[in-house]
Design a protein around this ligand. Structure first.
Ligand code: HEM
Length: 471
């Protein structure tokens, strides 16, 4: 098998080198209005490897910097096996996101389908997308307005933070993933953190994420193939949970009032769709929120005056609460500076670098034409760091959010009909966690281990913190 792969790879590279030597391009000449750019010289791959090269997530990275300075903020390329228009222009990005289903459609490369499953909300469109999204939205809205859930987020975050009291060093990113994962499995499935099943699903998710961020080529035993298998196992665990709960409900006993109970009442969804919604929410709900917590903690360690301001906000809020009284929705709404800190961490840290779309017809925008069938990549990160939109964009400055106009210049949660339904829930969990963290600890990062875009957010050293408990 290995020898066969080596032969294929050698042939592939040989052909690519011949193409490059003789200046042959496999791509058609520019249709009129197509943005300037380069399709690369490698068949199929085009410029994908250069595009995917990891870089600091609070920077454009070499590829985007180089291409924007050569060709402008909108350029053509060949990425993930398709001819592509890359947009680092906020107006074009918003135009693309707002015209979902009419001019553009969400379209992810085939390996992403194998890993997310063909019914994932990110991949389906039209009526099926609407149906799955409305179920996810009803779950998220119910969670936000459930005092019991908010109280659980508060007490669980506090107990998690307390469990770090004896520690002077902490791999923060891993811990944050555990925290947000346990919150999601409790809320969705009523599985308690000490249940071995929670541990088992978490391990599978960690394998899943390793493959999700790896080169998406199926070679038995590699990270990608392990992830495809881990997804199948998670899926079958969730199916079992569904079946068990149906039995419990049939016996008329022990109704938990969690999302699973609600999901089972949805006759419009078949079992496969129900499992897929569960999987989408688990994945999207824990991976992103833990990334947001890590970004906030990282940037605050470099910004003492912002941290001081934030701590004062939470000290004042604490004074309004009785001993042990949990935080609620009203408290969250009072956390004004906290919300600025979160918005600024999202802008600087870029949890999501870009999203995938495809043009459904020839689309004209300003002087450009995007041909039908071309892939389109709105680069969220590039607009967040654009000096024409944000003064001193590389500076972490939460106070810039006191100007409400700032909100119109960022899209950390995407836009249009696919705008992230979990935005407020992710921010709330982060805010409640921060409340307890800033009141209990001082911390610093111990080595240069900033957020990286790989292209998914990662910290090479896991964001190791040096911690000191506040007496
Ligand atoms: C906290 C930080 C978060 C960020 C930065 C974030 C970002 C995003 C972005 C950019 C998209 C749009 C993808 C696209 O247009 O292709 C998205 C979609 C989505 N997000 Fe989030 N998200 C976050 C938290 C959450 C949470 C907590 C949940 C669930 C509890 C969630 C659930 C989803 C779902 C289900 C979609 C798919 C929506 C659709 O296709 O209609 N997200 N998210």
């Amino acid at each position: 098998m290995a020898a066969f792969l080596v032969v294929i790879l050698t042939l592939f590279l040989g052909i690519a080198i011949l193409f490059k030597l003789f200046g042959i391009s496999i791509f058609k000449e520019n249709p009129a209005g197509l943005p300037d750019g380069s399709m690369g010289h490698f068949p199929f791959l085009g410029e994908t490897l250069a595009y995917l090269k990891p870089h600091k997530s609070n920077s454009l990275g070499f590829f985007l910097q180089d291409h924007c300075s050569r060709y402008g903020n909108v350029f053509k390329s060949h990425l993930f096996g398709s001819p592509t228009v890359v947009s680092c222009d906020i107006e074009l990005n918003q135009f693309i996101l707002q015209n979902e289903e009419t001019l553009f459609r969400s379209s992810y490369p085939k390996p992403v389908h194998d890993i997310l499953g063909k019914l994932s909300m990110m991949l389906v469109s039209g009526d099926l997308h609407k149906k799955l999204r409305s179920v996810a939205l009803s779950f998220i809205n119910a969670s936000k307005s459930s005092p019991a859930f908010l109280s659980y987020v508060d007490t669980f975050s506090l107990s998690f933070v307390h469990s770090w009291r004896s520690k002077t060093r902490l791999h923060f990113f891993k811990e944050a993933k555990k925290l947000t994962f346990y919150l999601m499995v409790k809320n969705l499935l009523s599985i308690e953190p000490d249940d071995p099943l929670a541990q088992n699903i978490l391990e599978e998710f960690l394998t899943f994420m390793k493959g999700f961020v790896s080169l998406p080529v199926y070679i038995p035993g590699n990270a990608y193939s392990k992830a495809v298998k881990a997804r199948r196992r998670i899926s079958s665990t969730l199916k079992d949970a569904l079946k068990k709960r149906i039995k419990i409900m049939e016996n008329g006993s022990d109704v938990r009032g969690d999302f699973l109970d609600e999901l089972l009442k949805k006759d419009s969804l078949n079992d496969e769709e129900k499992v897929s919604v569960l999987l989408d929410l688990l994945l999207a709900g824990y991976e992103t929120t833990s990334g947001l917590m890590a970004l906030v903690v990282y940037f605050l360690a470099q910004a003492p005056s912002a941290l001081q301001n934030l701590r004062e906000e939470h000290q004042s809020l604490r004074k309004t609460k009785k001993d042990g009284e949990p935080l609620n929705w009203e408290d969250y709404k009072k956390m004004e500076f906290t919300s600025h800190v979160i918005s600024e961490a999202l802008r600087c840290g870029n949890l999501v670098k870009f999203v995938h779309r495809k043009a459904l017809k020839d689309v004209k925008f300003k002087d450009y034409t995007i041909p039908a069938g071309w892939q389109v990549l709105p680069i969220i990160l590039a607009t967040h760091l654009d000096p024409n939109l944000h003064q001193r964009p590389l500076e972490f400055n939460p106070w810039r959010w006191t100007d409400p106009a700032s909100n119109r210049k960022v899209t950390p949660f995407g836009g249009g009909v696919r705008i992230c339904p979990g935005a407020e829930l992710g921010k709330l969990e982060t805010a409640f966690f921060l409340h307890h963290f800033v009141l209990n600890f001082r911390w610093k990062t111990i080595e240069e281990d900033g957020p990286m875009s790989c292209p998914y957010l990662d910290f090479k050293g896991g964001l190791m913190l040096e911690m000191e408990q506040i007496e």
